[in-house]
Design a binder for this molecule. Structure first.
Ligand code: GDP
Ligand code: MN
Ligand code: MN
Ligand code: MN
Length: 254
């Protein structure tokens, strides 16, 4: 098996209303069946016009309370609260569950690669946007493809960030190994491979985090295409099953 990761070159600075599928197809003329198109959430959000100015946010008393604890601007804290359904830590940083169920710092609100001093939110229902872009690419190319929308996240326990999947089309979040045998015939009991995060991480080697200007990567050589409705939320662990989240909530309520 060999994988090829190809940058989609010459993508312009994306603005509200831009057609991401069209721009990708024009700059990646050789998209093939079963390719996985990895797209940075940043350009999906920009195309949806999800930029905002911190100074336009009106902070609540709750935002001011949290800002006094973590030293952030109360308006920035309010923007995070607006995008969150649950707050797990307030200081020194805000770890939250965003409206889509994804647990991340600052609800994914990002200033990098946005410009003009603006901030950017993650799209609501990224699976829906992955599907819309994916279907449009399929229409334009006549190929059966998958889409992964990504964002860069920190991780528990380790320094360094990696790219993760935040929205999916035609690819399952997890590849099941449970019931398969290892090299020695032992039946695997808990192995579930988060393939979409692995692909997101690999694609980020091509994207980078800075001014590289590569918000889309075509991954060829995988056999993970499925023609069914999928959701990134299948990966999101419930509170009942998450000892770390429960521990954080206990600390917060002490
Ligand atoms: P995030 O992980 O979704 O927050 O995205 P990043 O800010 O890390 O950017 C990922 C890649 O996309 C980097 O190579 C950026 O330079 C690039 N990028 C972000 N926005 C644009 C854009 O509007 N146009 C182009 N051509 N590249 C962009
Ligand atoms: Mn960014
Ligand atoms: Mn980001
Ligand atoms: Mn990134």
């Amino acid at each position: 098996m060999s994988l090829i990761l190809k940058a989609v070159e010459n993508i312009p600075l994306i603005e509200k209303g831009d057609d991401i599928a069209d721009i990708i197809c024009k700059n990646a003329p050789d998209i093939a069946d079963k390719d996985v198109i990895v797209i940075a959430s940043t350009i999906v959000s920009k195309s949806l016009g999800l930029t905002f100015r911190e100074e336009d946010v009106v902070p609540s008393a709750e935002a001011k309370r949290i800002a006094a604890l973590n030293g952030k601007d109360p308006r920035f804290v309010q923007a995070i609260l607006d995008e969150s359904v649950e707050v797990f830590t307030e200081a020194p940083f805000m770890l939250v569950r965003n409206k889509n169920g994804h647990v991340c710092i600052n609800a994914g609100i990002d200033a990098s690669n946005v410009g003009n001093g603006l901030l950017l939110k993650l799209p609501d229902n990224p699976d829906k946007h992955a599907a819309a872009i994916g279907k449009s690419i399929e229409q334009k190319t006549g190929k059966k493809i998958s889409v992964i929308i990504t964002d860069t996240n920190g991780r528990a326990f380790k320094e360094g960030q990696t790219n993760v999947a935040v929205g999916l089309y035609n690819i399952k979040a997890i590849r099941q190994w449970i019931g398969e045998k290892d090299l020695y015939g032992m039946v695997l009991e808990i192995s579930e491979e988060a393939v979409v995060d692995e692909i997101a991480g690999a694609a980020n080697l091509v994207m980078g985090e800075g001014g590289g200007g590569v918000p889309a990567v075509i991954v060829s050589g995988l056999d993970l295409y499925v023609d069914e409705t999928v959701s990134v939320t299948e990966m999101y662990r419930s509170k009942e099953r998450d000892v770390l989240i429960r521990g954080l909530l206990e600390l917060k309520n002490e």
